[in-house]
Write a protein that binds this ligand. Structure first.
Ligand SMILES: [Zn+2]
Length: 133
């Protein structure tokens, strides 16, 4: 499960930051998840709850922010968002992208495109709490 290993990585990263800052608790985590990261947000939230158990991040409010995927066309030089599709088509494309990283260029309809953005997942911000005395 890709989501689980991602959640473990996120928890490791944020607890390390929190510990370095002598925090007693992580209150909130803001994650940016790219459209092409192949991660399911609901599964990611669930995995985060499990992975954060017994750590400083336990019970933290997880906010997931989506980031649109971008492609670069090698035919016409277009660089930007992919064509908006229906949900069903999108699922098919996500399947294809796993196999060959192919998306059609919205400008010239070429298939000679490369993914240029929206593949990553990263921690944008965390909110931590300190002992109040
Ligand atoms: Zn093109």
């Amino acid at each position: 499960m890709h989501e689980f290993s991602t959640a473990v990585g996120v928890v490791e990263t944020i607890t390390e930051v929190a510990q370095k800052n002598n925090a007693t608790k992580i209150k909130k985590v803001e994650l940016v998840v790219g459209e092409f990261s192949m991660l399911n947000n609901d599964q990611l939230k669930f995995a985060f709850e499990i992975a954060s158990e017994g750590t400083l991040a336990e019970g933290a409010n997880l906010i997931i922010e989506g980031q649109s995927g971008e492609i670069a066309c090698q035919e016409c030089g277009y660089k930007g968002l992919i064509k908006k599709q229906s949900k069903k088509e999108k699922e098919i494309d996500h399947f294809i992208v796993n196999l060959a990283n192919i998306f059609e260029c919205p400008k010239c309809h070429s298939n000679k495109t490369k993914i240029s953005g929206g593949r990553d997942i990263y921690v944008k911000n965390i909110e931590i709490e300190f002992e109040s005395n």
